[in-house]
Design a protein around this ligand. Structure first.
Ligand code: ZN
Ligand code: ZN
Length: 299
């Protein structure tokens, strides 16, 4: 960065607000990861406020003994559930198809996040085919975007179609119930009544997982975060070990997510004491809701 730019940054941005360094700096936008260099050029006296999800940002920015104001991203209304991908897409999503068929526009708003375009297309095509004429509302209506119960959103989706899907999904009166998507969907999405976020495949790290599942239950009502993992996820070098450990846990998942997020063993995790916490906490519960949930593969 040239000196002129550095001095204009110093002049106009006091304090400098930054975010997205920890994750985006490593992958998506490498320039974020180089902000530490910019800081070193600014000299002393320029205050920095770093808004982030991870303490590693302090190292990246070369901050010395910063004042930290931390808040855990705990959403007590989200229940965490994990399934091994022991079955095919067809088997795993049959329950969703049956429920959409039965409940139609009363089906809870659901996002299915996929790791690849291929998975996204495969799941969407399966659901669409299986629903047949019931894919649109009312049954047998033409295949128009405004009449679909299920849609697909990924990097290949045209911008106008993307906008239309976002608009449908956030409109309380629209037909759209399920969006099968890559993680491009949901950035800046403000849809309060998403009841389920399903991950078909494991996100790369815990921050991403917490951020993506945070799109569920923004209205404070009960919501589900369901993660499917397979052997390919467990052997992937792109997926952090903590996320792999999360899939194989035999103790409370919420506790693990929040402890890892904070990185401090002494932190007080706000506990959810009943079975609405996670599938592991449900296992030891005998209430009717848990017995029911444990019976169904999808939920
Ligand atoms: Zn739990
Ligand atoms: Zn229970």
């Amino acid at each position: 960065m040239c000196e002129e730019m550095v001095s204009s940054v110093a002049m106009y941005y006091r304090p400098i607000l930054t975010h997205l360094i920890s994750i985006r700096g490593a992958t998506f936008r490498k320039e974020f990861g180089q902000l530490g260099e910019v800081r070193s050029l600014l000299g002393k006296g320029v205050q920095i406020m770093a808004l982030t999800t991870r303490r590693s940002i302090c190292h990246t920015l070369g901050m010395n003994r910063p004042a930290i104001f931390a808040s855990l991203p705990n959403k007590p209304n989200i229940k965490y559930v994990v399934h091994a991908k022991s079955s095919s897409i067809e088997e795993s999503f049959s329950q969703l198809v049956e429920d959409v068929r039965r409940l139609r526009t009363a089906y809870d708003r659901t996002i299915v996040f996929c790791r690849s375009y291929n998975d996204c297309a495969q799941i969407f095509i399966f659901v669409k085919k299986r629903l047949g004429k019931e894919y649109t509302e009312p049954v047998g209506a033409p295949d128009l975007a405004l009449l679909r119960l299920v849609d697909m959103f990924n990097a290949c989706t045209l911008p106008a179609v993307k906008n239309s899907i976002i608009q449908q999904f956030t409109d309380p009166n629209s037909c759209l119930r399920v969006v099968v998507a890559t993680i491009a969907f949901g950035m800046g999405l403000d849809c309060p009544n998403v009841r389920r976020v399903v991950h078909w495949g494991v996100p790369e790290d815990i921050e991403s997982y917490l951020q993506e599942t945070g799109r569920a239950g923004r209205d404070g009502q009960p919501a589900l975060a369901i993660l499917y993992y397979g052997g390919i996820d467990m052997s992937s070098v792109n997926i952090q070990d903590e996320m792999k450990d999360y899939c194989k846990l035999n103790k409370c998942r919420r506790n693990f997510l929040l402890k890892d997020f904070d990185g401090d063993d002494d932190v007080d995790i706000p506990v959810v004491t009943d079975c609405s916490c996670c599938d592991i906490c449900s296992e030891s519960c005998k209430c009717i809701a848990c017995e029911d949930i444990n019976d169904k593969s999808f939920y």
